[in-house]
Design a protein around this ligand. Structure first.
Ligand code: XIL
Length: 377
């Protein structure tokens, strides 16, 4: 159904492909870029053949309205996650009312196409509904947190492969020695809110892989190094205390200019594995806003290189079996949303994802597919 990208047949585009050094694992090899990208050529098929999961964050509005988007997701993913529809603000819009329609639709779509579903998320300092600030207080916070988790994780019990139970609980800027973010949940319940969330999630859905998910830990520069250490400190504390946690999610919002990806993150994966945890790449995208080049092909090539290097390095460790991108196609990426990202190049569409705005594969697609292929059996 999807045809191979036309950039390969244009002279300018061939020049772009050749910008990539051939020795890099993520480099686009011309011979890899021929042939079908659906069926046996899809990310889904390449992942499944190696016991891996590839998936994407789904905008449930687009899922309803865009049949080509639905088809692309079904073709490429063996796992999906809601970009926003399972967050508190979406699923719990009033204190005494839940709104499950969009999440239910995503689950039905996933089951119809034999895909797994990730849940995102049960406890976060963002995407809190408008009633939260005026309703939740020291006296009822515990009951409201556990009630929400019981209701949401309970509804989907047995049908979610992994839940992000707690999202982004570390913030060094908040000044605590343990690195914990001074979030509303922390302020009302103390550090134990994390334990409470995991224990409640385990009761509500004993089969889901319970995950701690965070960002800004991928690099070897000082801020990332310190945050990574704080996340590892939290994981050690939780496992030592017998808190039911199965996995750590590394969001992997990566910058295309980075030279800061080094051995630190793969050492973190190794350490997480020794704690008995699985490791998921949960929100991969590559931000090209810092690249000087306006030429889309040059930016696509740089993005593809990061995809290839990063995913190849990460999935070399057997603890990493899931790779999800935060969106699937460049027409819908949070990086292109001017409300959440102040772009340096506002007129430029980010080339952050494996498919372009016309649902044709980008160089990142081929780099990602080759990276999946590098998985040792
Ligand atoms: C983002 C969504 O992509 C946006 O649509 C929304 O406006 C804000 O949240 N880390 C997370 C995700 O865990 O939930 C965030 O998703 C991106 C950063």
């Amino acid at each position: 159904m999807l045809t191979r990208r036309t950039f390969l047949s244009g002279a300018g585009s061939l020049a772009a492909a050749s910008l990539l050094p051939r020795s890099l694992p993520g480099a686009l090899q011309p011979e890899q870029a021929v042939g079908s990208v659906d069926g046996a050529g899809s990310l889904r098929a390449h992942a499944t053949a190696r016991g891996l999961f590839y998936g994407a964050a789904v905008d449930t509005g687009m899922l309803r309205n865009d049949p080509a988007y639905r088809a692309l997701l079904a073709q490429q993913c063996n796992i999906v996650v809601a970009e926003n529809s399972m967050k508190w603000a979406a699923i719990h819009p009033e204190a005494d009312r839940y709104a499950f329609e969009q999440a239910d639709e995503l689950l039905a779509f996933a089951e119809q196409h034999q895909m797994q579903l990730r849940g995102h998320n049960l406890c976060w300092h963002e995407a809190l509904p408008s009633w939260f600030a005026s309703t939740v207080n020291l006296g009822n916070a515990r009951q409201i947190l556990t009630g929400h988790i019981r209701t949401v994780a309970g509804r989907y019990q047995g049908r979610i492969r992994s839940w992000d139970v707690v999202n982004e609980a570390i913030s060094l800027e908040d000044g605590r020695t343990d690195g914990l973010r001074v979030s509303p949940w922390f302020q009302m319940l103390g550090p134990g809110y994390i334990d409470l969330a995991f224990r409640t999630a385990r009761e509500a859905d004993p089969h889901a892989l319970l995950t701690y998910n965070d960002y800004g830990i991928e690099y070897d520069h000082p801020a990332s190094f310190t945050k990574r250490a704080a996340v590892m400190g939290l994981l050690k504390r939780l496992t030592a205390d017998g808190v039911p946690i199965d996995a750590v999610g590394i969001q992997s919002h990566i910058d295309a200019t980075t030279s800061g990806l080094g051995p630190g993150i793969t050492a973190f994966v190794t350490e997480a594995r020794t704690l008995g945890l699985k490791v998921f790449i949960t929100e991969l995208d590559v931000n090209d806003d810092n690249l000087a080049a306006d030429d889309p092909a040059t930016r696509e090539a740089a993005v593809a290189e990061v995809y290839g290097q990063y995913v190849t390095a990460m999935i070399a460790n057997p603890a990493v079996a899931e790779v999800l991108t935060w969106g699937i196609s460049n027409n819908h990426s949070w990086l292109n949303n001017s409300k959440t990202h102040k772009a340096k190049h506002p007129g430029r569409q980010q080339q952050a994802l494996p498919f372009d705005a016309n649902y044709q594969p980008t160089p990142a697609f081929y780099a990602l597919r080759s990276a999946l292929d590098s998985r040792k059996g």
